[in-house]
Design a protein around this ligand. Structure first.
Ligand SMILES: CC(C)(COP(=O)(O)OP(=O)(O)OC[C@H]1O[C@@H](n2cnc3c(N)ncnc32)[C@H](O)[C@@H]1OP(=O)(O)O)[C@@H](O)C(=O)NCCC(=O)NCCS
Length: 190
């Protein structure tokens, strides 16, 4: 069975993607206690204890050994070292060779391409290191900034599912973006 245990941090032009650690709690709480961050996520704003539980899970998510596993990394700016968000690669299916990416940023750091840069590094892991066949990104259809990240990465809108989920007291539409390994290989990455 394939497995993936990259060495960390993963460095990009402006970012360092590293494992989460216990003393990230305050930085993570500063992100998840904001309504504008959780607006289109499945969960509402988090309290300190809930953020601690999430952090414990993310600290453990550093490699892919079986389907369902995820790699969750802290997005840190290389210029300041500051933790500004989270990026994730999940192994969805072994038999179908599928993965999923996800990301979030503190709003103070929106508008610089940091989410795109971090997610691109995880697509690289998923395709070039782990050999996945297809990677998806799923979002609430009103989450335009998230769709724009996926489009910048070269992903295509494959599905718009009308009112398929009941979230936070209302019907939500879900969109599914995807990119195939062959499409990733064809992208000019310079
Ligand atoms: C989704 C989310 C991460 C997008 O953040 P973002 O800052 O818009 O995305 P990026 O970091 O890729 O930055 C892109 C923006 O920076 C600009 N930019 C500046 N320099 C750039 C560069 N070098 N490369 C790419 N974009 C750059 C882009 O033009 C774009 O700006 P625009 O939205 O005005 O067109 C953010 O909205 C978020 O954290 N939301 C809350 C959590 C969430 O919903 N996560 C997704 C769940 S599906």
């Amino acid at each position: 069975m394939p497995s993936l245990h990259p060495s960390y941090p993963i460095e990009t032009d402006r970012l360092s993607l590293r494992q989460f650690q216990k003393d990230d709690l305050a930085d993570l709480f500063a992100i998840f206690s904001r309504q504008d961050v959780t607006r289109y996520l499945y969960w509402p704003v988090l309290g300190r204890d809930e953020t601690r539980d999430l952090l414990s899970r993310w600290i453990a998510q550093v490699g892919l050994d079986e389907e369902g596993d995820a790699i969750s990394l802290a997005i840190c700016r290389r210029d300041s070292g500051q933790l500004i968000g989270e990026v994730m690669l999940r192994w969805l299916s072994e038999v179908h060779s599928q993965g999923e990416i996800g990301f979030m940023l503190h709003p103070d750091h929106h508008g610089h391409g940091f989410a795109t840069e971090a997610a691109r590094a995880l697509l690289e892991l998923g395709f070039d290191r782990f050999g996945l066949h297809r990677i998806v990104g799923r979002l609430e259809a009103r989450n335009r900034p998230s769709a724009a990240v996926l489009e910048r990465l070269g992903m295509r809108l494959e599905a718009h599912l009308r009112e398929n989920e009941w979230v936070k007291g209302e019907w939500n539409d879900e969109q599914v973006y995807a990119i195939l390994h062959a499409e990733w290989d064809a992208i000019d990455k310079d």
